[in-house]
Design a protein around this ligand. Sequence first.
Ligand SMILES: Nc1ncnc2c1ncn2[C@@H]1O[C@H](COP(=O)(O)OP(=O)(O)OP(=O)(O)O)[C@@H](O)[C@H]1O
Ligand SMILES: [Mg+2]
Length: 342
Amino acid sequence: MGDRQQIEEFEKTIRILRKKLARSEKDRKQIESDVAAKEALLKTVIHKLKTSKTTLEQRTQDLQDALDTMQLMQVQLVQSAKMSVLGQTTAGIAHEINNPIGFIYSNLDHLDEYIQDLFKLIHLYHHYLPSPPTQFYVDSEDIDIELIEEDIPQILQSMNRGTQRIRDIVLALRNFSRLHEAGYKAVDIHKSIDNILMLLQQKLSGIEVVKNYGELPLLHCSAGDLNQALINILNNAINAIAIKNGQTEGQLSDPSVITITTQYQSNQQVVVNFKDNGTGISPEIIDKVFDPFFTTQEIGQGIGLGLTIARQIIVDQHGGHIDIQSELGRGTEFLIRLSSQC
Ligand SMILES: Nc1ncnc2c1ncn2[C@@H]1O[C@H](COP(=O)(O)OP(=O)(O)OP(=O)(O)O)[C@@H](O)[C@H]1O
Ligand SMILES: [Mg+2]
């Protein structure tokens, strides 16, 4: 091959290579633009995914909120149903007991008077007719008149005490149900607590109740509801003491005590503190005790609404605070703060 021919061959190869280069450059640009388009598409998809994730999170939050509201509404419904049934029942029972016990109570004084007159009469007979016929001794042989005369005042006294106690309980029941004075009113919180203690007296046997009452103003609040909150807290204290006593049965343990302290603070806050030396609450569950349906009691014993209701009444309804401190094995303290202006 001559030089010229070789040059021509080279030039031809160069031309072919140039063409190939131009084509691959075009391909590269096409690929680049394809990649850019795909990248943009991917970005849009990622953005859309992010947006829908946020929407989904928002929806989940909304659903959670709706669930919480529904649970609270359920609690409110159960509470109002419980309260109205309890209120009607206690008011009804109180009314039914009040009348018959009134008859007994008001007749006891007359009975006492008549019995004394009868004895006076017997003594007079004895004095003026000292030697009755022999048959009198035969017929009255089984009657120990001295014993009867000695016993009757004591019998009457215990009947008096018993009826007085029933009257107190009936009064406490009426005050507790407060059906006739529903709604907000000025309440003497010490009277409310004393009423509740009277109602719970049976369950409080064996428990010393120490009252450290301070000077308190009347509280403007819904008396019936506040009673419900306080009774729930006291009931829990009694339960915790009963459980602890069950666990430590036979062992030497501290006497059971519930201490109720009230105080009026300079910031116009009324503080009511219930302290018990029952089981206490373990740190793992203390955050849950106000949750609806949380209970450590056995099935059928408790439904886990007592504290949910108490918090709802004190915090949501009356704008107050309720705090809890507890030490496992030593006891629990509930601190309630209410504004006297609430
Ligand atoms: N004073 C207390 N001492 C120890 N544990 C307590 C006390 N108060 C509440 N608790 C714990 O908190 C839980 C929830 O109390 P809550 O009053 O709401 O429900 P409950 O007493 O179990 O049932 P109920 O609906 O009958 O009141 C109790 O089961 C108990 O474990
Ligand atoms: Mg309870």
